[in-house]
Design a protein around this ligand. Structure first.
Ligand code: GUN
Length: 297
């Protein structure tokens, strides 16, 4: 059996089309959703991510501006920039691209974003709301994983989902989403991490396995059940002289080996990655509707 390849690119294109139509309708009612992005420094991955996000806002008709601050910017200056954006009614969503330079406290910066404008869903208020089952927005990458599963006909309901990785960005919020008592979730969720004993035994019991540990090709064929559904959240940059950029992306799973054994798997690139940006657009639009009371259903 050769696995079905779950194209995040194709699913993304479909969701983006739906969102684009929504933006058109909102604009007809006088609401132009807006997203402000802040980048500090010139980290190449961050430059590329922010550019991609900006391009996607244009595609969907979302108003966006990017504030670029130099690497040596003080925390005080960054906090002042966020305060301005919090008070600027053109922006319904704000995101500060991570990681930040070491002299700036990531926690203080995230805490400074108005929770109502927290497009990434990183603010403790929004993380807490998600955990108690009353979410405002959903964090983008985990929400993208859930959408890939649902839209590919692999609803996590009643399934054993094993997540490898407990980061605040991916593993923990994905647990919080999939454990919710609601349609498209309601899964039995196990979170594995570096302290887990008998990892292969646990991963082999997964109906749905999510690899989000940030370790290239970590999940081998002997770690998955035949017929499992595998979602690869990994984005590892590997040097590759044949590429113009000098690198290529590989995931946290041994994709070539797994695709001979599993029911379905997401590729890297073209799997979860495009969904992250799409769900950010989703959040910007939702935030705009909530803040203004103007909705199109
Ligand atoms: N850095 C890596 N992923 C993300 C993300 O989803 N949002 C932000 N703001 N920074 C990131």
């Amino acid at each position: 059996m050769v696995a079905k390849i779950l194209s995040g690119r194709e699913i993304s294109a479909k969701v983006r089309q739906e969102l684009k139509e929504k933006v058109t309708k909102l604009k007809a009612k006088g609401l132009a959703p807006g997203l402000a992005m802040v980048r500090v420094g010139e980290d190449p991955a961050s430059v590329s991510y922010v550019k991609q996000k900006g391009k996607t806002t244009e595609e969907l008709g979302i108003y966006s501006e990017t504030v670029v601050l130099p690497e040596e910017t003080s925390e005080e200056k960054l906090l002042a920039t966020i305060a301005e954006l919090n008070n600027d009614p053109r922006f319904h969503g704000i995101l500060v691209q991570l990681p930040l330079p070491r002299h700036i406290s990531q926690d203080r910066v995230i805490n400074a974003i108005d929770p109502m404008k927290d497009a990434d869903c990183f603010h403790p208020v929004n993380v807490g709301r998600l955990l108690i089952g009353d979410p405002y927005l959903l964090p983008c990458t985990p929400h993208g994983v859930q959408q890939i599963l649902i839209r590919s006909g692999y609803s996590p309901e009643g399934k054993h989902v094993v997540i490898c990785g407990r980061s605040n960005l991916n593993g923990k919020p994905l647990f919080a989403i999939l454990v919710q008592k609601r349609a498209g979730a309601n899964a039995t969720v196990t979170v594995c991490h570096t302290g887990t004993k008998n990892l292969p035994e646990i991963t082999r019991s997964a109906d749905i396995l999510v690899a989000a540990m940030g370790s290239p090709k970590f999940i081998k064929a002997n770690m998955v059940k035949e017929g499992a559904v595998v979602i690869d959240v990994g984005v590892n940059r590997i040097e590759d002289a044949t590429k113009k950029s000098g690198f290529r992306l590989i995931g946290d799973t041994d994709f070539e080996a797994l695709k001979e054994k599993v029911e379905a798997i997401t590729p890297v690139p073209g799997g979860v990655g495009p969904m992250t940006v799409t769900m950010l657009m989703w959040n910007t639009i939702m935030a705009a509707e909530t803040q203004t009371g103007i909705t199109v259903g």
